[in-house]
Every structure is written in C-alpha cells, then in structure tokens.
Design a protein around this ligand. Sequence first.
Ligand SMILES: Nc1ncnc2c1ncn2[C@@H]1O[C@H](COP(=O)(O)OP(=O)(O)OP(=O)(O)O)[C@@H](O)[C@H]1O
Ligand SMILES: [Mg+2]
Length: 447
Amino acid sequence: MNLLSVLLIDDNESQLEVLAGFIQKLGFRVATANSGESGTCYLQNNYIDLVITDFKMPGINGIQVLEQVKAINPDIEVMLITAFGTIEDSVEAMKKGAWDYLSKPIDLEELKIKLHKLANYKNLQKENAILQARIDNKFPTTKMVYKSRAMDEVMNLVARVCDSNVSVLITGESGTGKEMIARAIHHSSLRANHPFIPVNCAAIPESLFESEFFGHEKGAFTGSIKRRLGHFEVSDKGTLFLDEVADIPLNFQVKLLRAIQEKEFQRLGSSQFIQIDTRIISATNQNIEKLVKQGRFRSDLFFRLNVIPVVIPPLRDRKEDIHLLAEYFIEKYRKINNRSIESISKEALDKLTKYHFPGNVRELENLIERAVILSRNTHIQKEDIAISDSDLPVFSTSTRLEERVEELEKQLIQKTLKKTGGNKTAAAKILGISERVIRYKIKKYNI
Ligand SMILES: Nc1ncnc2c1ncn2[C@@H]1O[C@H](COP(=O)(O)OP(=O)(O)OP(=O)(O)O)[C@@H](O)[C@H]1O
Ligand SMILES: [Mg+2]
C-alpha cells in the first residue's frame, strides 16, 4: 500500500507537534505549517495527498485553506479540525469539498481510522487509473490525437476505407501509430463487434507460421496434443492485423496469399476446407516496395495487401502535433501517477519541437511520462525533458544553403570532438581535415 503524504496546518504549536508525531508513527509522511499562508505556499512546490488544517487561525482560516488547496490541485484531500459544537463549520467544509472533519478534542483513534480509509481510497483510485489507461491502450480507438494537415489527410482516408472490406497496408516509421490506426479502422468498421486479432509476424519462428495462422488438429505433428485454432479462424468476421508484415518468410507468403484469395484454408492435419471472412490490415516500418524489387517479398502478395496504402508521416514532419500530443500525454500520466503537473513550459516545448524523434510518438510519450514523474514543478521544464543537447540540431530556420552548411559543419565538429574527448588531432583525422583547418573552424564557430 502506498502511504499518504500529509500536510498539517495549525497555529497551535503544541497541537501541531502532537498530531505530527502521531501521524508519523502511523508510517505516513508529515510536513507541518503554522499558518494557512505558509501551508498553501508549501503546496505549490511539494506533492501532498492530504491537508489537515485547523479551522480557526489568524490570517486565512481553514475554509480559505480548503478553497486554495482545491484551486491548486483538486485531487488533494482536505480534512478540517473544528471546535467542539461548531457543526455549521463542518457542514460548510464538507459542502466545499472537504474529505472529512475532526472535532476537538481530537480522538486519535478516529484520526487513525480516517487516515487508513483515505489511504485505501487513494490506492484504489490509482489502481483504477492504471487499469483505465491499460484499457485505453488496448482499445485506443477514440484517442488519435493530432491537428496537423498531414494527419488530417491520413484520418480522412482512414474514415473512407472503414466501411469497405478492402485490404489496407499501413506504413510508417516505428512509433508513428500504425497499430492505433489499424485498431481505429476495425473499431469504426461493420466488423467492430467481431475480433481484432493482431499478429506480430516478426515474433513467429519460421517453422510455426502455418500452424499459427491455420491452426492444427490434434496429433497433426509431434507435440500437437490438442486441436488449436489459428489466427484466420479466430478472426473470422473480424480483422486480422498483420503487424511487421515484411517479416513473413517467402515460403509462407505463397500460402498466405492463397488463403486470402480463396477465403479458405485447411487446418494442419485436416483435409477439410474452412471458409473465412476476414479483413486483412497489415503494417510495416520497412520499405516493402524495395523488398519486392529485391525479391524478398512476393509482388503478388504485396499487391493483394496494398489495395489501400496508408502512409503515416513521421512526427518530425508534423511538428504541429507535438504540443497537442504532449498535453494529452501529460494528462494521461498525471492521472496514472497522481501528480499535479498541469502543462508544459514554452522552453520545454521548444526543445521537443527541435528534436527529430527517431522513435516518433512512442518516444514523445515516453519522454513525457518520465518528465511527469520527475518534474518538481506544475509545468514541465526544459530540464525535465530527457533529450541531450547534442541530439538537438542547432539549425536556424535559414533557407540559405551556406548558412545551413555551416550549421551542419559546426554540429559535426562538435560531435566528433565529443567523441574524441576534445582531442583535436584525433577529431581532425576522423573528419579528414588537417589540424590547421580544425583549429580555424573551432575558432570560427566558437566551439
Ligand atoms: N496520434 C496519436 N495520438 C495518441 N497516441 C498516439 C498517436 N500515435 C501514436 N500514439 C501512441 O504511440 C505509441 C505507439 O503507437 P503504435 O504502437 O500504434 O505505433 P506503431 O507505428 O505500431 O509502432 P511500431 O512500428 O514500433 O510497432 C502508442 O502508445 C500509441 O498509443
Ligand atoms: Mg506496431
């Protein structure tokens, strides 16, 4: 169980000490403040689950603390300590969103029960958020986040192919959202109530393709102790998603093509033909047309799969999506990790926008998840984004060839020097220039 972190606010020093000691003994983390002002100030920079505050204090009172806490982060719970007999105060506090109240004199046993109850609740809340995120991850049909024109066009095409049964081949770099699109097509198609079966073709050992796709009867081969249905049969009336399709071995490609064309197949060890009605969506991050030219992928299968090609542009070519996606992932991981991050600073966003994202949206998602967990601020700062400066281009937006070439030159020299630990002779050698030239350039570019 996760233990709560508690902030205790009370102007009465001796009561503050007693309560803090007691709560600490229960195993919770405690911070203390002797006024509402210093308490809410502490909250701006520290993560807290629960605020316990006295009602009557000089300066801002308990209700005002409650209001300010909820304004800072509505997920923080507040418990008010009210004087004996002032039931109206407690009612007002509860109405304004307090989690609970304690009346003086404080019954420590009661406090203990209330704290444990809240801890349980908070844990449950977190588990639910994780579960929800897993479901969202499994069926991310409604969550394609984008605003770029390029993605608009992709989604437009996707919307038009949903209702037909044509094969779709989705290509794009790793992490661009190919599987998401495949699921989106399935879930918006008439097949949505039937299975979506994703198959990672890169993960299947060559000898197992046939039994994986067509299934087998009991005793079809050594080790087949019972009948097993293959991907084709399981995806009947639904969609079969051939992920990493370029990795299907040539000898199985023939059999796959036949099954798709004839809409029927035989289980291994059976002579009976089974009819299927399956839609095929495939995806790859390889240049499959090149593989066809090289004879490593059958052209007839390629044409069959590639009736509608959907090409997802890399994130670096649709930088307009970065901000929106970043906000979306902040919200997602803020909830899962119970953090009070609200947004991203301009500098951090600038850093993301400059980056070339070889891992595309997945990489952005990982960067944000990490930043949300590690950031100490309400806004993600530049330093929270784990991209090293050497991975950022120093490009200006200049379109002048000479300037761009110079920028590139500077960058290359910097990188090489880093590699050689600052050794100019070695760097010059790697770059194929003389020591005199490298010295000159270092000076020129102020490296
Ligand atoms: N437009 C988007 N909106 C929201 N999330 C996205 C978007 N594009 C991608 N993602 C997220 O990025 C991650 C990678 O997406 P996905 O698995 O679909 O990519 P992929 O192209 O199949 O990657 P790979 O080639 O590595 O298999 C997922 O967590 C997905 O939820
Ligand atoms: Mg994928």
